[in-house]
Design a binder for this molecule. Structure first.
Ligand code: HEM
Length: 405
């Protein structure tokens, strides 16, 4: 049976918000395409799902990979039982401790100087041009450089990393050509080989980096096996790339569409943290999450069967008028309590302090260093990604008069 709503259709990718509004009003818990997954769209229901891991498990590996090409399913990147994102307590609680120390707000604050340097280097290159692509020239390189340095990988492999990360995301969309499948597999093999060697090296000779920290944590945690460390590193690399990139891209677009907000932020940079939160609410890089019902369960009066895959749509919860007044208005000073752009509960984003820092510094430096700019004519093209939201590119041009001045 096919279902009325399709969360991977091209029109949905271009603008999902009318679909979310209709779901919230007409069918707050209902099966959708692809996969007959159960979409949950109202704020209270989304929070309820995320608050109850005993009813809605994160163990969703099979469902996540089921949409992939068979050849990709046969050769996964990492085979591990301790995946942070896809585990439940008590395993989740212990695995999370292995990485959480590196991402506390205090630990992250120490990176501020370096994040600013990387941003400045990128902006220097942008300033040498008349037109630039904020995705390619800033939003992509900034997070990939930061997470690569944290992990302790060779900066010269940055382009490879981005490719590996992109391939993982495109693999989740299904419908790949033979050539694309080959490319993804080749990338997987390269990534495995690279990290296996690096992990072995850090075991022999620990350094001051995140991989060595994870290996040190093993003493308390107990032995990590096979691909466990590789799986964690891959998750951090991918989670740290696709999302923060889109926070910067989606935020820049929101500014161009809301010139009042842009003017206020240029005048008063202390408004930037509130603006970053509003981007997470209004145009969040993570649109929906995935859970599996551990038993028959009723939500908003609808019966969900045991084993069903549930999609709590955090981007719809963030536009629910029951939680956020006038939710379709972009308002950088609105009350943000209850924003679920980084998720909610035990799986709340480990990287939140890092992406908040990167977002804040990126926009501080954009406003401080770049003269006024406008969008190059042409349509806004959103990338086809399941559950994530981000732009293909965002080409900008410095406003002539201001540049000449
Ligand atoms: C704007 C940027 C980001 C957004 C919107 C975002 C969003 C999210 C969301 C919604 C979750 C919850 C997933 C769930 O409940 O199933 C999550 C988890 C996670 N995020 Fe992020 N994320 C961002 C940046 C980052 C960064 C920079 C890193 C690391 C470098 C990171 C690493 C993780 C990890 C490891 C988890 C799993 C945590 C767990 O399961 O306990 N994220 N993220």
């Amino acid at each position: 049976m096919s279902h009325a709503f399709h969360l991977a259709a091209p029109s949905f990718t271009q603008n999902p918000y009318p679909v979310y509004a209709e779901l919230r009003e007409r069918a707050p818990v209902c099966q959708v395409e692809p996969g007959g997954f159960w979409a949950v769209s109202r704020y209270d229901d989304v929070v309820h799902v995320l608050k109850h891991p005993e009813l809605f498990s994160s163990d969703t590996y099979v469902a996540r990979t089921s949409t992939q090409d068979e050849r990709l399913q046969r050769e996964p990147l990492a085979v591990s039982d301790v995946n942070l994102l896809m585990s439940d307590p008590p395993v989740h609680t212990r695995v999370r401790q292995l990485v959480s120390g590196a991402f506390t707000p205090r630990a992250i604050a120490r990176l501020e100087q370096r994040v600013r340097e990387i941003t400045t280097e990128q902006l220097d290159r942008i300033l040498a041009k008349d037109t630039f692509d904020v995705m390619e020239d800033l939003a992509v390189p900034l997070p990939v450089t930061v997470i690569s340095e944290m992990l302790g990988v060779d900066p010269s492999l940055r382009a490879e990393f981005k490719r590996w990360s992109d391939d993982t995301v495109s693999a989740s969309m299904g419908r790949l050509s033979d050539a694309e499948v080959e490319r993804v597999l080749r990338g997987r093999r390269e990534m495995r080989a690279y990290f296996h060697e690096m992990i072995a090296e850090r075991k022999r000779q620990p350094r001051e980096d995140l991989i060595s920290d994870i290996l040190r944590g093993e003493v308390e945690y107990g032995e990590l096996k096979g691909d466990d460390v590789l799986g964690m590193v891959a998750l951090l690399l991918i989670a740290g790339n696709e999302t923060t990139t889109n926070l910067i891209g989606n935020g820049t677009l929101a500014l161009l569409e809301n010139p009042d907000a842009l003017r206020r932020l240029r005048e008063d940079p202390s408004l930037i943290p509130g603006f970053v939160e509003e981007v997470l609410r209004y145009e969040g890089p993570a649109q929906f999450l995935m859970r599996r019902a551990t038993q028959d369960v009723t939500l908003s009066g609808v019966a969900i069967p045991k084993g069903a895959i549930v999609l709590p749509i955090i981007a719809s919860a963030n536009r629910d008028p029951a939680q956020f007044p006038d939710p379709d208005r972009f308002d950088i000073t609105r009350e943000q309590r209850g924003n679920v752009g980084f998720g909610y509960g035990i799986h709340f984003c480990v990287g939140a302090p890092l992406s908040r820092l990167e977002g804040k510094i990126a926009f501080e430096e954009i406003f401080r260093r770049l003269p006024p700019f406008s969008r190059e004519p042409g349509p806004v093209v959103w990338r086809a990604m399941f559950s994530l939201r981000g732009l293909q590119s965002l080409r900008l041009r410095f406003d002539g008069a201001a540049r000449a001045a």
